[in-house]
Design a protein around this ligand. Structure first.
Ligand code: GLC
Length: 666
C-alpha cells in the first residue's frame, strides 16, 4: 500500500507516474515535522536504499547527502556521489516500510550517525511529497515503488556485451587497434566508447576531422565487425561563436541564466561553457534533437557526462583566486595565508557559491538551481531519451548517464562514475548493484578495473568475474593510468575465457533483466530479500541474488584463493573456467570456504532452478540461443526456465512469443 503526503508547494520532478490520492493524516512511522523527520530504529533494523552511494548495502551507521556530486574521490567519508536516489527501505522485526521523498533539492539522511538508533531525514526545505510504502516483503515494497515511478529503461541487446573504453583513445586508428587486438586475441567485444577526444575542441555534437576524418565510415566499418561506437556527450556547451549548438542555444534562450539574467558561464573540459537548461521543456526538446547529428552517422548509443553539472570554476572566482596568488610577492609568507590561498584554488571546483547563481526557466517561472539541482542530469538524459522515442519509436538506443535521480531510470541507465583501481571499489560495485536496482536503475555498472589509479592483472580478473553479471559491463580508465584493456596482460586466454563466460550467460542475464524490468522487480537483491526469515542473511554484504535462480559471491580480496560464502539453503556451486570447462558441486546450507582461482568464476544455483548457458561468442549477435546447455539444480522431476528471448532491438516487449519455456527432467 502506498500513502502519499504533501508538504508545502513542491517543484514538479516528474519522478512519479502513478496517481495516488493525497492522504490527510500524518505519515505513519515518522515523528517530527517536514524539515526534520525521525524514526526510532530497533537494533536489528536494516536500512536499505539510497541507490548510488558509499558504504554498505545496509546504510546504517553513517550519514549521506542527496545532492548529485562530481566526486572522483570515493573514500569512506564521502557523503554524496553522482546520483540522488531518495528511497529508503526499513526492514525490521516489528515494522517494514519504504519511503520515497519526491524532492529535487538537497536532503541529508542521518542513518544512525548522530544517534546510533535514530534515523533522521533533513530536507533543505519543506516543499516536497513523501510516499510511505508498506507491503508483504522488501521485494514487494520495491515493486510498489517501481510501479509508482515507472518502467525502467531497456537498452538494445548488444549493450549486454562487453565494452572497452579509455579516456585516451585519440583517433580512429587507436579505436581500430583496440578492436583488432581484441579480435586477434579471441577476447569478445561489442562496443568501444569514445571519450571527449573525438570531439572538435570538446564541443558537443562535433567530430574532430583530423582525428576521426569519417566517423560514419568508421562506425560502419566497426559495425561490420559487430562493434558499436558509443560517444560521450557532456553537459556544458562550449562558448564558440559559429558553432551551431552554441548559436542555437544562445539565440533561443535555451541556456541556464545567472542572477542578472545573462547566460551562466562555467568552465568544464571545453573551457568556458553555457549549460543547456534541461529543465526548460523547449530547451530539453532542442538538446535531445541535437543527438541526431551523431545518430545520422550511424551511432546507436551515448553516455551523458559531467551532468551534475560539474563546474571546474567560474571566471569571476578564478580571477579572485588568481589575484590572491599574484598578491603573494614574498615566498616567506605566514602559513595561514599560504593555506588560505591554496584553499581558495582548491575550492573553485563544484562550488556551492557558483551553483547558487544558476537560474532555470521551468514552465515560465524562474527557479533557483539549488532547488532543482538533482533534476539536472536526469533531464539531460530525459532530453535524449524523449527525442529517441519520438524519432525511433521502435528502436532501442543505448543511453546512460553519470548524474541521476529517480525518474531518470525510465530514460537511461547509469554508470557509477570515477571510481579507482581499488579492491574496495570492487566491493562497492557489488553493493551498489543491489542498491541502485531498488531505485529503478537496472541497466548500470561501474568502470571495471577502476577508472583512476593503476590496475593490476589480478584486480581486473576478479573485477571481470563480478562484471560478467553486471548489465553494463564496461572496462574504462582514465588517461595517465596503466592501460587496462584485457589484452594488455599476460593471461590473455584467461581474460578471453572469463569474458566468454559473460557471453555464455547473456541468455540468462538478458532474460532475467527483461523480466525484472517488465515486472518492476530487481535483478540483484540482497540475500535477505529472498530469505526473509534467515537470521544471518541481513549480515551478508558480499553476495547477491542474481535473477531468479542464481546467487553470486565473487572473490574480492587480493591474493585470496577463494572466499567464505554463506548459503541460506542447499545450493549447487558452479565453478567455471570457460563455458565448456566447469564443475558442479552440491553444498549444504551454512558457511563454506569456496576456492576460486584467478581464472575461475563461481556462482550458485538455487534448488529447482535452471540457468541456460550458451557457448562463448565473440559478440552478442553471434550467441547461439537455439543450442543452450541447461545448468540446473533439479534433483528429481522436472524443472522449468521461462526464458525471455525477443529480438533485442525493437520495443515489442509484451509479445507472449518472447517467452520460451525450457525444461529439464531428471
Ligand atoms: C569524467 C568522466 C570519465 C571521463 C572523463 C573525461 O571524469 O566521469 O568517465 O573519462 O570525464 O571525459
Amino acid at each position: 500500500m502506498i500513502r502519499r503526503y504533501r508538504f508545502g508547494t513542491m517543484i514538479p520532478t516528474d519522478s512519479v507516474v502513478q496517481s495516488i490520492e493525497i492522504s490527510g493524516e500524518n505519515p505513519p512511522f515518522w515523528q517530527g515535522g517536514p524539515t526534520r523527520l525521525t524514526y526510532r530504529m530497533q537494533p536489528e533494523d536494516v536500512v536499505y536504499g539510497l541507490g548510488e552511494n558509499l558504504r554498505g548495502i545496509n546504510k546504517r551507521g553513517w550519514h549521506y547527502v542527496s545532492s548529485c556530486a562530481d566526486q572522483p574521490i570515493q573514500t569512506e567519508e564521502v557523503l554524496s556521489l553522482y546520483g540522488a536516489h531518495n528511497f529508503l527501505l526499513i526492514d525490521g522485526r516489528e515494522q517494514r516500510f519504504g519511503v520515497f521523498f519526491d524532492y529535487a533539492g538537497r536532503i541529508e539522511y542521518d542513518v544512525g550517525y548522530t544517534d546510533i538508533d535514530e534515523l533522521c531525514v533533513l530536507p533543505a526545505d519543506e516543499n516536497y511529497e513523501m510516499y510511505v510504502i508498506t507491503g508483504d516483503s522488501c521485494r514487494d515494497i520495491v515493486r510498489q515503488l517501481r510501479r509508482l515511478t515507472g518502467r525502467s529503461y531497456i537498452p538494445p541487446k548488444w549493450a549486454f556485451g562487453y565494452g572497452q573504453s579509455r579516456w585516451g583513445y585519440r583517433n580512429a586508428d587507436d579505436v581500430r587497434q583496440v578492436v583488432r587486438s581484441y579480435r586477434e586475441n579471441g577476447i569478445p567485444l561489442d562496443s568501444v566508447y569514445l571519450d571527449i577526444d573525438y570531439m572538435q575542441d570538446y564541443i558537443d555534437f562535433t567530430v574532430n576531422k583530423s582525428r576521426f576524418p569519417d566517423l560514419a565510415a568508421l562506425a560502419a566499418e566497426m559495425k561490420e565487425q559487430h562493434v558499436r561506437l558509443v560517444p560521450i556527450i557532456d553537459a556544458g556547451v562550449k562558448i564558440e561563436p559559429g558553432n551551431e549548438t552554441y548559436e542555437q542555444g544562445r539565440e533561443n534562450g535555451y541556456f541556464c541564466k545567472d542572477e542578472q539574467g545573462n547566460d551562466f558561464v562555467g568552465a568544464v573540459w571545453p573551457g568556458l561553457v553555457h549549460f543547456p537548461d534541461f529543465l526548460n521543456r523547449d530547451a530539453r526538446r532542442w538538446f535531445g534533437r541535437r543527438y541526431q547529428v551523431l545518430l545520422d552517422q550511424g551511432i546507436e548509443g551515448f553516455w551523458n557526462d559531467m551532468n551534475e553539472p560539474a563546474i571546474f570554476y567560474t571566471p569571476e572566482r578564478l580571477m579572485q583566486a588568481v589575484h590572491s596568488v599574484a598578491a603573494l610577492d614574498d615566498p616567506d609568507i605566514a602559513m595561514d595565508k599560504y593555506f588560505s590561498v591554496k584553499n581558495q584554488l582548491g575550492t573553485l571546483i563544484n562550488a556551492p557559491e557558483d551553483y547558487a547563481k544558476i537560474r532555470h526557466r521551468m514552465d515560465g517561472e524562474t527557479v533557483e538551481h539549488e532547488k532543482v539541482h538533482n533534476l539536472f542530469g536526469y533531464n539531460m538524459t530525459r532530453a535524449a531519451g524523449e527525442a529517441f522515442e519520438e524519432k525511433y519509436p521502435d528502436k532501442r538506443i543505448l543511453l546512460f548517464s553519470r548524474a541521476s535521480c529517480i525518474g531518470m531510470h525510465r530514460y537511461g541507465g547509469i554508470w557509477y562514475g570515477d571510481n579507482r583501481s581499488w579492491w574496495d571499489h570492487l566491493r562497492l560495485n557489488l553493493k551498489m548493484l543491489a542498491s541502485v536496482n531498488m531505485c529503478g536503475f537496472l541497466y548500470s555498472g561501474a568502470d571495471i578495473g577502476g577508472f583512476g589509479a593503476d590496475t593490476t592483472e589480478d584486480l581486473l580478473l576478479r573485477w571481470l568475474a563480478l562484471g560478467i553479471f553486471s548489465p553494463l559491463m564496461r572496462n574504462h580508465s582514465s588517461m595517465g593510468t596503466r592501460p587496462q584493456e584485457a589484452y594488455r596482460f599476460t593471461r590473455k586466454q584467461d581474460f578471453a575465457n572469463l569474458i566468454g563466460i559473460r557471453y555464455g550467460l547473456v541468455p540468462y542475464l538478458y532474460s532475467e533483466f527483461m523480466k525484472a524490468v517488465l515486472t518492476d522487480d530487481m535483478l540483484f537483491r540482497p540475500l535477505a530479500f529472498d530469505y526473509p526469515g534467515d537470521e544471518h542473511a541481513p549480515q551478508v554484504e558480499s553476495q547477491l541474488m542474481f535473477g531468479e535462480g542464481v546467487m553470486i559471491a565473487p572473490v574480492m580480496e587480493q591474493n585470496a584463493d577463494g572466499r567464505y560464502v554463506y548459503l541460506p539453503e542447499r545450493m549447487k556451486l558452479i565453478r567455471m573456467r570457460s563455458t565448456s570447462d566447469y564443475e558442479e558441486q552440491v553444498l549444504e546450507a551454512g558457511h563454506h570456504y569456496v576456492r576460486a582461482a584467478l581464472n575461475e568464476v563461481i556462482f550458485f544455483i538455487r534448488p529447482g532452478c535452471v540457468v541456460p548457458l550458451a557457448d562463448a561468442a565473440q559478440c552478442v549477435e553471434e550467441i547461439d540461443t537455439e543450442h543452450l546447455r541447461l545448468l540446473h539444480f533439479a534433483e528429481s522431476g522436472t524443472a522449468e526456465y521461462r526464458m525471455y528471448d525477443d529480438d533485442g532491438y525493437t520495443r515489442d516487449y509484451e509479445d507472449p512469443a518472447n517467452i520460451r519455456v525450457l525444461r529439464v527432467t531428471v
